[in-house]
Design a protein around this ligand. Structure first.
Ligand code: 1GP
Length: 240
């Protein structure tokens, strides 16, 4: 089954999904062991970052040796493509106004995506101001939308839907002080009705629960898991 179909199947049954974000440069054997131990509670693994030194394909190969969770590329740019992944978030940075992140990188990536047989999942990527300047804003040379501008954010997500994008990702940036508010998540979900990913700054099971209750379908945890892979245990216990 295609990965996007699997995601939708879980959404249809009301199953909330946890995605771990692995930054290739910070990937550790501790992370791998923790994912392995909690494999049945993790739905997706995203691999990528705004900027990386390490080859993404090597990291994915190591992950795949150990676990069978779908691995999805979350590419910061065209250098972060690999045939080892199962799918690719085909990100349009629709909160920004930089054509390189709306179409430029996509043109460069298209031949590789076809060659590698990757499943592209067209995703509207909306970067919100999460309390501090993040790598994604700097590298993409785009301004985040002020988090309190709910109407603009909802309209941006809606425009993404009307352009044919299949998922919306509400992002406050890796290491953000806080994720999108549950109130905003509720507004976006209830207006746009697309699979909704929320990430950036998630630190507790309580936050996860309130994002899920507000309508997030997938929550992404990166920094927390990177700093302490053992935290997965608490998170999983906390939400079950
Ligand atoms: C960043 O949404 C992800 O792209 C995860 O953010 O690292 O803050 O968990 P954190």
């Amino acid at each position: 089954m295609m990965i996007f179909d699997e995601i939708n199947k879980k959404i249809a049954t009301g199953k909330k999904q946890i995605a771990l974000l692995i930054d290739p440069d910070k990937f550790s054997s501790g992370q791998l062991e923790a994912v392995h131990r909690h494999e049945k509670h993790i739905d997706l693994i995203l691999v990528g970052g705004s900027f990386t030194f390490k080859h993404i394909g090597d990291v994915i190969a190591r992950i795949k040796e150990k676990v069978s969770i779908p691995v999805i590329l979350f590419p910061g740019d065209v250098t972060q493509l690999s045939a080892n992944a199962d799918a690719l978030l085909m990100l349009s940075l629709i909160s920004g106004r930089n054509p390189e992140y709306l179409i430029g990188n996509h043109v460069l990536a298209a031949p590789r995506i076809m060659e590698y047989g990757l499943e592209p999942i067209p995703t509207g990527y909306i970067v919100l101001n999460g309390g501090k300047k993040t790598a994604v804003s700097y590298i993409s040379n785009t301004n985040p939308v002020p988090s309190e501008q709910h109407d603009i954010i909802v309209a941006t997500a809606l425009a993404g839907k009307y352009l044919g994008l299949k998922m919306i990702y509400l992002e406050t940036g890796s290491g953000a002080t806080h994720p999108a508010s549950p109130e905003l998540v509720r507004k976006v979900k209830s207006t746009v009705h697309l699979p909704l990913i929320v990430g950036g700054g998630i630190k507790t099971a309580e936050q996860l629960k309130s994002l899920f209750n507000a309508g997030a379908d997938i929550a992404v945890i990166g920094t927390l898991f990177e700093n302490n892979p053992e935290v997965l245990q608490d998170i999983i216990e906390g939400i079950h």
